[in-house]
Design a protein around this ligand. Structure first.
Ligand SMILES: C[S@@+](CC[C@H](N)C(=O)[O-])C[C@H]1O[C@@H](n2cnc3c(N)ncnc32)[C@H](O)[C@@H]1O
Length: 224
């Protein structure tokens, strides 16, 4: 996947991130009220973060990634757009111990469990399964009651790829790293359920991708 440098100011761009951010906005717009607090995992170049935080009128959007180079690009987009909603990018490895992630989020001005949404675009298939496990654990810990975990990417359903291009992509991913690969929605949903998250919808997206939504139950439902 090729990334491009823009204007030598540190902003990086990725054609697919430019293409998918508006369809993603349309899905998030249906579930997120203006004024939301959002944590983004694996924000990559940051061009989705800068767009979604502005267009969805979030109150605060916390962009994170495991990769320091991604943080540079996210912060460059933030400077370029003078976006007050977008918070400074922070390092976050979803496989790290949950208590250290929560402590780091608090240090950066977030106040978990207070996220109305956790957004994770195109990470699950390009990371070991441990990253999906960490993501679900974090969502259970850091979402506010009734908060939503939003996932975007390609998925198998009942062991079957939705297109030959996804099957080819899966082979390519596994060749690059045997621990990577397109996941089955059944496995991802079972893991979410294991962490107390409820299925909240699946939306077909362009180029054989899905938006997959899970919801943390409201506080009263979890007490009962
Ligand atoms: C294909 S890129 C997607 C970036 C961006 N969300 C997008 O759609 O353009 C995958 C991202 O996952 C991040 N990532 C991989 N493993 C991770 C982990 N354990 N914790 C957090 N981020 C991770 C990578 O650094 C990379 O930025």
């Amino acid at each position: 996947m090729s990334k491009t440098d823009l204007e030598n100011d540190g902003r990086r761009s990725h054609a697919s991130s430019q293409r998918n951010r508006e369809p993603i906005r349309q899905v998030l717009h249906r579930i997120l009220k203006p004024g939301a607090t959002v944590l983004e995992i694996a924000a990559g170049t940051g061009e989705q973060a800068v767009y979604l935080s502005r267009e969805l009128q979030a109150d605060k959007w916390f962009p994170t990634d495991i990769n320091p180079a991604a943080l540079e690009s996210i912060n460059a987009w933030r400077r370029h757009e003078v976006n007050q909603v977008l918070q400074p990018a922070m390092i976050l490895d979803v496989t790290a111990p949950p208590e250290s992630i929560i402590a780091d989020l608090r240090d950066s001005g977030a106040n978990p469990p207070a996220f109305d949404a956790i957004v994770c675009i195109n990470m699950i298939h390009i990371s070991p399964w441990a990253a999906t496990e960490g993501l679900m654990r974090l969502a259970a810990d850091a979402l506010a009651p009734d908060g939503v975990l939003y996932l975007y990417g390609p998925y198998k359903q009942n062991g079957i790829h939705s297109a030959q291009s996804n099957a080819d992509f899966d082979m390519d991913l596994r060749a690059r790293n045997p621990e990577w690969g397109i996941r089955d929605l059944t496995d991802v949903s079972a893991l979410a359920r294991h962490h107390g998250l409820e299925a909240a919808g699946v939306v077909d997206m362009p180029v054989n991708n899905l938006s997959v939504l899970f919801r943390k139950p409201p506080a009263d439902a979890r007490q009962g």
